[in-house]
Write a new protein. Structure first.
Length: 318
C-alpha cells in the first residue's frame, strides 16, 4: 500500500489507483518518490514511481549516486551527483537556428570528457540538435546579471541593493528625490526595472557548473520559466544540452518536424519531447533491476520444481 510518507504528495487519484490495483486486481504495489540525480542523471528531478507486481513483492534499485555534501553516503560506495559541467562541458559553442554542427566529426567535441560525457558519446559523429535560439534584448539584459546557481530572489535582491546605492548617489548629486532619480535611471537604461518584479524563484537563473541542473521541463527554451540559461554564455541551453541533462545519449536524434525527417532545429518542439520524457538512465536502472528480480524468481521456481519432482520420484519408488 501507499507509504504514509507519500500521502499528500501523490494525491487522492494515486491512492485510488493503488487501491484498485491491489484490492481489485491482486497486484502488489511499491511506491517511491525518487530523485533522478541519485541514479546518475545530472538533474535534481523528483518523480513518483509506481511498480505493480502480480508475482509477489518488487523493490526499487539501490541508489548509485549521492549529494557530495553527504560523505557518509559516498563512503557507502555511491558516486557524487553528476554535475552540469560533467554533462555538457565537452560541447562546444552551438550554432544559431541552423544545425550546422550535427553530423560533423568527433573532433568538434571538447577534450578531457568526464566519465558521464564519455557514456553519452554513442554517436560516430558530433550529435545533432546542438542548436540555440535567439532571445530578446530584454531577456538578455536580465541573464547577463545572473550568477550561476543563484535564485531569482537572491539576484533581484542583490541588484536592487546595487541600484539603491546608484540612485542615492544621483539623488544627492542632483539634489532630487530618490524616486525621481530612480525614474531617471530607468528611462536612461541605467537600471533594469525587471529586477523590481517578483518572479518564480528559479526564473531567468543560470545553471551552476558544479551541481546538477534543476528539472528540465518542456518550457526549457523560455528562460523566464526556470533555470535554463547557460552557466556563462549569453544564451539558453540547446536541445542537445537539455538532452544530456536528461541522460539521452548523443546518438538519439530529435526530429522536430512531421514533414521533414531531417529537421532538427525547432527548439520549442525539441524541448517539448525532451522535457516531457522520463530520463533514460532512471528507466534503465529500474528496468535492469526488475529484470534481475524476474530472473531470480524464475531460477527459484525452476529449483523448487526440480526439488518437488525429485521428492515425488523417491516417494513413488517407496
Amino acid at each position: 500500500m501507499l507509504n504514509h510518507g507519500f500521502q499528500g504528495r501523490m494525491g487522492k487519484l494515486s491512492e485510488l489507483v493503488i487501491q484498485m490495483l491491489e484490492r481489485d486486481l491482486g497486484y502488489k504495489v511499491e511506491v517511491a518518490v525518487v530523485n533522478c540525480a541519485d541514479y546518475g542523471v545530472p538533474q535534481l528531478r523528483e518523480r513518483a514511481i509506481f511498480i505493480a507486481s502480480s508475482i509477489g513483492s518488487a523493490s526499487f534499485p539501490k541508489f548509485t549516486h549521492a549529494d557530495p555534501s553527504k560523505p557518509k553516503l559516498l563512503a557507502e560506495g555511491r558516486k557524487p551527483w553528476v554535475t552540469v559541467a560533467d554533462a555538457i562541458g565537452d560541447l562546444r559553442e552551438p550554432s544559431l537556428a541552423a544545425d550546422e554542427l550535427g553530423g560533423g566529426g568527433q573532433d568538434l567535441y571538447g577534450e578531457n570528457p568526464s566519465e558521464y560525457a564519455q557514456l553519452m558519446r554513442t554517436s560516430g559523429s558530433f550529435p545533432f540538435n546542438h542548436v540555440t535560439r535567439s532571445y530578446k534584448p530584454s531577456v538578455l539584459d536580465i541573464i547577463k546579471e545572473m550568477r550561476p546557481g543563484q535564485t531569482w530572489d537572491a539576484e533581484s535582491e542583490r541588484m536592487r541593493a546595487k541600484y539603491a546605492r546608484a540612485i542615492a548617489r544621483m539623488a544627492k548629486d542632483k539634489n532630487i528625490s530618490f524616486e525621481a532619480a530612480k525614474l531617471a535611471m530607468v528611462q536612461t537604461g541605467s537600471i533594469n526595472p525587471a529586477f523590481y518584479k517578483d518572479y518564480y524563484w528559479s526564473a531567468y537563473t543560470r545553471l551552476a557548473w558544479n551541481a546538477p541542473a534543476l528539472t528540465i521541463t518542456a518550457n526549457a527554451n523560455f528562460l523566464g520559466s526556470g533555470r535554463f540559461s547557460h552557466p556563462t554564455e549569453m544564451r539558453g541551453i540547446t536541445m542537445r544540452e537539455a538532452a544530456r541533462l536528461q541522460s539521452f545519449d548523443d546518438d538519439f536524434r530529435f526530429v522536430t518536424s512531421r514533414d521533414d525527417e531531417a529537421d532538427t532545429t525547432r527548439v520549442g518542439i525539441g524541448m517539448d519531447m525532451i522535457g516531457e520524457a522520463v530520463p533514460p538512465l532512471l528507466s534503465q536502472a529500474i528496468a535492469a533491476h526488475l529484470a534481475a528480480q524476474l530472473d531470480a524468481r524464475e531460477e527459484s521456481v525452476k529449483v523448487s520444481t526440480k526439488a518437488k519432482a525429485k521428492s515425488g520420484g523417491m516417494h513413488a519408488a517407496v
